[in-house]
Design a protein around this ligand. Structure first.
Ligand code: HEC
Length: 234
């Protein structure tokens, strides 16, 4: 199975359009994403295959393989290439060796900068306006580079999909994708938003302290509570 970056981009963008009328179609099972809607389009099925191979445990290796770029070059190089592309920068080129195991992308762009004090709360409640703004951004396809919105993969109308069981714990906590692809063994809500911005959304990270990042992170904190079956403000 060969997947180059162009094909992946086209695929995700078709997936995004295909999802417009058929959300929700994806759900994460223990080992990856599986389809839950029998009426999903062929593109979405193909996309689900891509997502499960890219994000399942150990998926970084599957991704390098799936990219089909290993021909005549080390798998590590293919991995670095795809990660650098996801970040929109070529950093990490010299780190190819250590990344053969799939340890992957630089966490620099997605980790809270030293001394950054976020303007949302992970332990208390957040203002209603912040949550309303976060919710509208969650459905906004213009945030991504591939036509997807957060809701394309994570569900709409309170039907939370695309999250693993670890999401039931309050932030900060371990997220498989953050660990596998960015080498971060636990993440805050705003860091997780940044990871989904640069990886599945194929976009630039949001500015630290921007109202977009603050409100999306605040919203995600409430989604986490809803997912865990706790009282929430959504
Ligand atoms: C193409 C699909 C896709 C899109 C679009 C997407 N995500 Fe994700 N998201 C994933 C996958 C896959 C995971 C990994 C699940 C894991 O490893 O626990 C994930 C994980 C997460 C988690 C972590 C759950 C936890 O356990 O803490 C959060 C929060 C999240 N996404 C928020 C967002 C937000 C906010 C956006 C939009 C800015 C977004 N996602 C866009 C696929 C997507």
């Amino acid at each position: 199975m060969t997947y180059d970056n162009d094909k992946r981009r086209r695929l995700l963008s078709r997936l995004g359009r295909g999802l417009a009328g058929t959300v929700p179609i994806l759900a994460l099972a223990a080992g990856g994403i599986s389809l839950v809607d029998a009426e999903a389009t062929p593109e979405a099925r193909e996309g689900a295959w891509f997502l499960s191979s890219a994000y399942a445990e150990g998926g970084a290796e599957a991704q390098a393989e799936a990219q089909g770029e290993a021909e005549g070059e080390a798998a590590a190089e293919a991995e670095v290439e795809s990660e650098a592309e996801a970040e929109g920068e070529a950093e990490g080129e010299g780190e190819a060796e250590g990344e053969a195991e799939g340890e992957a992308a630089s966490a620099e762009a997605v980790r809270r900068p030293e001394g950054h004090v976020p303007a949302y709360s992970e332990s208390g409640s957040n203002p209603a306006e912040l949550l309303a703004r976060g919710e509208s951004l969650y459905y906004d396809t213009s945030l991504s580079g591939n036509g997807l919105a957060c809701a394309s993969c994570h569900g709409s109308d309170g039907n939370d999909i695309g999250y693993l069981a670890t999401f039931a714990q309050p932030f900060p906590h371990r997220v498989a994708m953050a660990d596998n692809q960015f080498g971060m063994n636990q993440v805050h809500a705003d860091e997780m938003v940044q990871i989904c911005m640069v990886a599945p959304m194929e976009a630039e990270p949001l500015a630290w302290g921007s109202e977009e990042l603050t409100s999306l992170a605040a919203y995600v904190v409430e989604v986490q509570r809803r997912f865990a079956g706790e009282s929430h403000d959504l």
